[in-house]
Design a protein around this ligand. Structure first.
Ligand code: ADE
Length: 230
């Protein structure tokens, strides 16, 4: 999978993808991430990428020219899935991460300032929001996409680090986990997990998963097929 990230702050992206699991996936050539500073495509003398809004008002608006020119410089941009990060986009869920694993080439635009010139929207296929809050820019959102999609691609996670039981992959939150010590500050690991009875353990986990989802995120159960697929 190839991902091109258009940003004014390449270091924000590079510092995250240069660490841990994502950097290993890049090293192993499972994913390729190109970070492009779209300021360098500005046709203005001082490499301006924003301007004041027509009609007046506070804040600056991202200009269409640098983004258009940056986009068309990317090889294969016509066929790529072009995504804009914006709080006005479709709210991102785990199901979208699964869908996006099927894409060979995506281009992600990170905005800054008050907003985008509306004509930028016409250059993109999809607008994504990572939640109902406003960030200073789209970089964190782009990283959320890169991270959540990458870990679903075969061989990105180690064999032991399964994503199959992830919260949200079946509209249920994950069951509780425990590791050593068996007792900590008087709090013991549930007996069933020490029983060695795999059928009972699985049953307990499913029950806990359902209980936790009902308590914390009942809305997820409504979203799933067949009342949550358990
Ligand atoms: N840019 C600013 N806020 C954002 C959000 N919530 N999601 C995606 N991009 C954004």
């Amino acid at each position: 999978m190839r991902i091109d990230v258009l940003t004014l702050f390449p270091n924000m992206i590079n510092s995250y993808i240069g660490e841990s699991i994502i950097s290993r996936a890049i090293e192993n050539k499972i994913i390729e991430v190109n970070v492009i500073d779209f300021r360098s495509f500005s046709a203005s003398k001082h490499k301006k990428v924003d301007d004041s809004p027509y009609g007046g008002g506070s804040g600056m608006v991202l200009s269409v020219q640098p983004i258009h020119d940056c986009l068309i410089s990317i090889e294969g941009y016509k066929e790529a899935l072009k995504i804009m990060m914006t709080p006005q986009g479709k709210t991102y869920h785990q199901t979208d991460a699964y869908e996006l694993t099927k894409v060979n080439h995506m281009i992600i635009l990170c905005g800054h300032y008050e907003g985008y010139d509306e004509r930028i929207r016409d250059l993109f296929d999809l607008e994504i929001s990572i939640g109902d809050y406003v960030l200073t820019g789209g970089e964190i959102g782009a990283l959320v996409l890169i991270d959540s999609i990458s870990r679903l691609i075969p061989n990105v996670l180690n064999k032991g680090d399964s994503f199959k039981d992830d919260s949200f992959s079946s509209y249920m939150l994950e069951h509780p986990h425990y590791t050593r010590p068996q007792v900590f500050n008087g709090k013991a690991v549930p007996d069933v997990l020490l029983s060695g009875n795999h059928k009972e353990i699985e049953k307990w986990r499913q029950e806990q998963s359902l209980k936790r989802t009902k308590e914390r995120r009942p809305d997820l159960l409504k979203r799933g097929d067949d009342n949550g697929k358990v």
